[in-house]
Design a protein around this ligand. Sequence first.
Ligand code: UT7
Length: 355
Amino acid sequence: MLRTKIAGIGYYVPEKVVTNHDLTKVMDTTDEWIQERTGIVERRYGKKHEETTTTMAARAAEVAIERAGISKEDIDFIIFATLSPDFYFPGCGVLLQRELGITNSEAGALDIRNQCSGFVYGLSVGDQFVRSGMYKNILLVGSEMHSMGLDFSTRGRNVTVIFGDGAGAVILQPTEEEGRGILSTALHSDGTYAEKLAFVCPGAHGGYHDKYIEETPDYGFPDVEYGEMFITERMMETGMLFPNMEGQFVFKMAVQKFPEVILETLDKAGLKKEDINMLIPHQANLRISQFVQRRMGLRDDQIWNNIQKFGNTTAASIPIALCEAVEAGAVKKGDVVCLAAFGSGFTWGGAVIRW
Ligand code: UT7
């Protein structure tokens, strides 16, 4: 039976380390608050003018390509997941193709806008393409340069302290090795709460979506005029130029959806929670991961957390964590690896892989 395997994996994080103490110099926050509520100690920020979401993705991709033992010209499809693209359009997929120097115009490039679950969505899409026989070497990346789009005033502290920059990449290939590869994936969404974790400006909404957010009046959309889709004074004043999050609401949904989707994905693969060798949760908040760990009855060595040093890198967090776990020898051939993510949208999803 044809399945999809991860043939190579790599990650890249920028050199610049930003500690919680560094953030206390620009906003009203404390190291204690951040560590206690999120587990985060430090995160990385890309180098302005030199690094972008695309360049970080290219560095991660180069490692994944080398480890897969292929050449970049072998890549027949690119899937790029990010919420912090270099441009509003075109998407990062083609920018990555150019950055890697891939001149093969037969290769398609697809951009995925599913925020924290972007990598899992990309994995599922890539899996379908590989199993159908359409593509043989898919480059899937999750990359984020959050630091360029955060509010560094106290107004944005509940969001800004959480996020960090980085990229992770995998090469997806077909395998006929019995029982190996991606065993199952599950994808979900519920747009009811789209504004609970959102970055709405710039956008073409023109104020329309106000009708959906009556219960959170502070969130009001700026009443944008024709031709004002991009940055305006009003957006600056209202703070809508930055991501907004109702943290507690998102937290409550996350701790419900993570266990649900993990059990669903395991069930689809004909497995039980006792079969998990390694759980790689999206690194949203260490408290969320710890809750999920307890709910799944996993030991500390059955879950990988790195949010302490990288923060929440959204679409990049799962491939970075998975790559670290593989490099550390914590994921070995034959292991059952479970991936799970939940985030803005809301969208959530899971995958079970026999490594
Ligand atoms: O990855 C995508 C999905 N995202 C998530 O899963 C995130 C889920 N949510 C969370 O992780 C948490 O809700 C946060 C870490 C974002 C916030 O933690 P919380 O315990 O829910 O705090 P809160 O938002 O309820 O705020 C509690 C207090 C407030 O002060 P008052 O009103 O009680 O006086 C905030 O103003 O903490 C204040 N606060 C801060 N204080 C110091 C908010 N952010 C900060 C900060 N430093 N950075």
